[in-house]
Design a protein around this ligand. Structure first.
Ligand code: NAD
Length: 364
């Protein structure tokens, strides 16, 4: 069977890490037809917009995409190409598994956390009021009239929107994921003590949804307490479900706990469409240097293989990546902090080493 996959190489380091991931995915023996599409700076150059309709058409047709990080060109009319892509395709769940592979330099040895981030609302709804604009002053008047709270006239306002609908579907997603992957506990993260009508709603819905999953333990934690507990003892957490903004911060924190952005994969999922992409951005300063770690994109590829039902190929590829990490001979600078440059390798050499491991396993 041939899988049609939309491939977005991305900007900055995107083309290098995506090419490396494409090579190792092909080396598993699974047959792919890559449908090239463009978003971000490369699309801006080619089509005059960072988000051409052709990228949506390709993803809607293929249902699955592998994507490198993209840069939002300044003055493009989009706050973020990524946010626009996720919203446009209603990819409401961002899934970021954070687990330690032996050999990765980390403070902790036993972390295996899955971060489930709501992707469509919260402070990312993009509804903002600029300081001094007539509509902002009107809003401030309405706030004063209806709540009795006087807000300074020189304020800018960004709205934090949390709906029952989106809270329910993301919490349900987290529990369904936990159930399917034999996870024991789901923790809802919030600041409901302060934001009673937004985070409070998220928490209330989470408690309600949890009742439908009696076999999975449920608890909740205030986001600041979570940060403290994560850096003291991360192994106490299993699946975390969070509104958008906290999810952004906590997934980077968890990526740091397991060795950094170079080994942090991810996926953005809707009911029918999934985009697999690393957590990291386009790291423009490393563009074209064959320097950065492609493993986050390769591990996103492992997630993609599992999603396609190619479990055996996914397991083989993950094992090959884990072996390269454990051996420590063919890894990039981020996995060997302080090592001289002749003791680390470049992006494409990591792909060569992973492919070699895959070939060894097929001969054994
Ligand atoms: P970044 O993740 O691109 O880079 C931050 C730093 O992390 C880098 O300087 C580098 O030291 C390290 N790093 C990142 N990826 C690495 C890898 N694969 N291997 C080793 N080290 C790695 O974050 P940034 O500099 O804040 O963002 C740069 C651009 O990327 C911005 O335009 C931003 O909007 C965009 N971005 C895109 C996505 C996406 O497309 N999904 C996600 C985040 C940021």
């Amino acid at each position: 069977m041939t899988y049609n996959i939309t491939l977005i190489m991305g900007d900055g380091i995107g083309p290098e890490v995506t090419e490396a991931a494409k090579r190792v995915l092909e080396a598993t023996g699974v047959d792919f037809h890559w449908d090239l599409a463009y978003a971000g700076g490369s699309a801006q150059d080619m089509f005059g917009t960072p988000l051409p309709t052709s990228v949506f058409e390709s993803i809607r047709k293929n249902k699955v995409a592998l994507k490198g990080p993209v840069t939002t060109p300044v003055g493009s009319g989009f706050r973020s190409v990524n946010v626009a892509l996720r919203k446009g395709l209603d990819l409401y769940a961002c899934l970021r598994p954070c687990k330690i592979y032996p050999g990765v330099p980390t403070v902790f040895k036993d972390v295996d956390i899955v971060v489930v981030r709501e992707n469509t609302e919260d402070l990312y709804s993009g509804i903002e009021f600029e300081e001094g604009a007539p509509e902002t002053l009107k809003l401030l008047e309405l706030i004063a009239e209806t709540t009795g709270n006087a807000v300074r006239e020189d304020s800018g306002v960004s709205l934090k929107i949390i709906s029952e609908t989106c809270s329910r579907r993301i919490v349900k997603f987290a529990f369904d994921y936990a159930h399917a992957h034999r996870r024991k506990k789901v923790t809802a993260v919030h600041k409901a003590n302060i934001m009673k009508f937004s985070d409070g709603l998220f928490l209330a819905v989470a408690r309600e949804v949890a009742k439908d999953y009696p076999d999975i333990e449920f608890d909740d934690v205030i986001v600041d307490t979570l940060c403290m507990r994560l850096v003291r003892n991360p192994s106490q957490f299993d699946v975390l479900v969070l509104p958008n903004l906290y999810g952004d911060f906590i997934s980077e924190l968890c990526a740091g706990l397991v060795g950094g952005l170079g080994v942090a994969p991810g996926a953005n999922l809707g009911d029918e469409i999934t985009i697999f992409e690393p957590t990291h951005g386009s790291a423009p300063k490393y563009t074209g240097q064959n320097k950065v770690n492609p493993m986050a994109t390769m591990l996103s590829g492992v997630m993609m293989l599992r999603h396609l039902g190619e479990i055996e190929a996914a397991d083989r590829l993950e094992k090959a990546i884990a072996e390269v990490i454990a051996e420590g001979k063919n890894v990039t600078y981020d996995l060997k902090p302080g090592a001289p440059s002749d003791q680390v390798v470049g992006t494409s050499q990591v792909a060569d080493a992973v492919i070699e491991k895959l070939e060894e396993s097929s001969h054994s």
